[in-house]
Design a protein around this ligand. Structure first.
Ligand SMILES: [Zn+2]
Length: 235
């Protein structure tokens, strides 16, 4: 067929010659605190939102201890949970506004104590609290410090839950599926870009609070490469 057709008095090209134009759309956080143009599933759970989020200046990674996203979403309705939930197939649910804090961290550990950078007086004070398991007192001591002198708290951090089980007998967490890993990379990259964060601002829950060891381990590898599933124009 000729590249051109005569239509009435004009010459045009057949529809089969048309090349679709891909228009890049920027990913951004809208005025309601939801991530637009990234293919997320919005599933707002009002019970999760507990007042204005500062910053945010950090990201905290969690595993759910559930086998399905549905179970976690149902649990979130009780008021404790994260801004994002990543299902086994990589689907990213946004469940709370990024303008709102959610309850997902709990009492924080002493950062200088964990990292061996306390001065002598602080070291002695925290040691004595740790000895008698005064974890709430440790938290109260920490919370008056500015971030990043302390670990992030609910007030300034974004929470991400990844659907995964814990096996008590072997003390093993499910590794992320390849799709979950890709979604974590994508979401981390979006949040880092939106809020000028670095990988140093991404934390594993059990490293900063009193949680089952390994809860947040192996979820984020620091890779900044855009997963093949999310081609341009995403970035
Ligand atoms: Zn957690």
């Amino acid at each position: 067929m000729s590249r051109f057709l005569r239509v009435g008095q004009a010459i045009t090209s057949p529809a089969s010659n048309t090349t679709r134009k891909v228009i890049p759309v920027p990913i951004y956080v809208d005025e309601h605190g939801y991530v637009q143009n990234a293919g997320f599933v919005f599933q707002p759970i009002p019970a999760l939102e507990h007042g204005r989020l500062q910053g945010p200046h950090a990201i905290v990674l969690h595993r759910t201890v559930s086998s399905t996203a549905r179970n976690s979403l149902n649990a979130f309705a009780r008021g404790i949970g994260t801004h994002f939930l990543i299902d086994k197939d990589g689907t990213i649910y946004q469940t709370a506004s990024l303008l709102q804090k959610t309850y997902h961290v709990g009492p924080i550990r002493s950062r200088c104590f964990e990292e061996g950078t306390c001065d002598a007086a602080e070291q002695a004070a925290v040691e004595s609290l740790e000895r008698r398991q005064g974890y709430r007192d440790v938290h109260n001591r920490e919370k008056v410090k500015p971030y990043p002198d302390r670990f992030p708290m609910n007030e300034g951090s974004v929470g991400i839950e990844v659907v995964a089980m814990y096996t008590e007998a072997t003390r093993q967490w499910d590794p992320p599926t390849p799709e979950q890993s890709e979604s974590i990379t994508l979401l981390a990259r979006i949040l880092k870009t939106q809020y000028s964060l670095t990988d140093a601002d991404i934390y594993e829950h059990d490293r900063i609070s009193r949680k089952t060891a390994g809860e947040g381990a192996g979820l984020y590898d620091g890779s900044d490469s855009v997963p093949a599933r999310f081609p341009p124009p995403f970035f």
